[in-house]
Design a protein around this ligand. Sequence first.
Ligand code: HEM
Length: 168
Amino acid sequence: MHWSIAVLMLWQFTGMGLRLVLGRTPLVGFFVGWHQPVGTVLFLLIVIRVIWALVNRRHRPDHGAGFWGIAARLGHLALYLVMVIVPVSALLRAYGGERVFAPFGFEVFPAQQPPIDWMVTIGEALHGELAWLLLALIAGHVIMVGVHEGMWRDGTLARMAGRRRAGL
Ligand code: HEM
């Protein structure tokens, strides 16, 4: 679950990053063309991930006390919150918009005539901005894995990869 979300996030940010740098090119068009379907799959995976985390909340690794424990707790909370709001805001805009929303060719939301302005406005205001904030949070998440591995050597990456620490 974690790594499939990571790969699809990488896809989304690569495409939108290229769009920012290169503008309209055939390569960017390819990525942008897949943005909504991949984003919709990501949304479904994120929902399952959040439900999974809630169901298992009593069995999750302890973040510990002190500054780093609080920072880890807050960092994960922010990551989860923004990870949910980013696709939800885009889907809200898609629902309220005047174009049919049909990821993978299946109509999910019909065209709204007239568009539902408040949904489109919220989507416009939140999706792009919060998506870049999400990228910053993901960067922080990756840097902290580096700190766990390089400085604290506590086997965090092995746990994230689904392997248990030797001797546990
Ligand atoms: C977690 C999933 C998603 C991520 C990480 C993501 C990320 C991004 C990023 C970084 C941008 C560029 C913003 C900018 O240029 O400043 C963007 C734009 C866009 N996204 Fe997503 N997106 C996701 C899901 C979705 C979904 C589900 C949809 C459609 C329902 C969608 C539709 C769009 C559209 C239409 C744009 C271009 C307009 C805009 O900038 O708001 N995205 N997205």
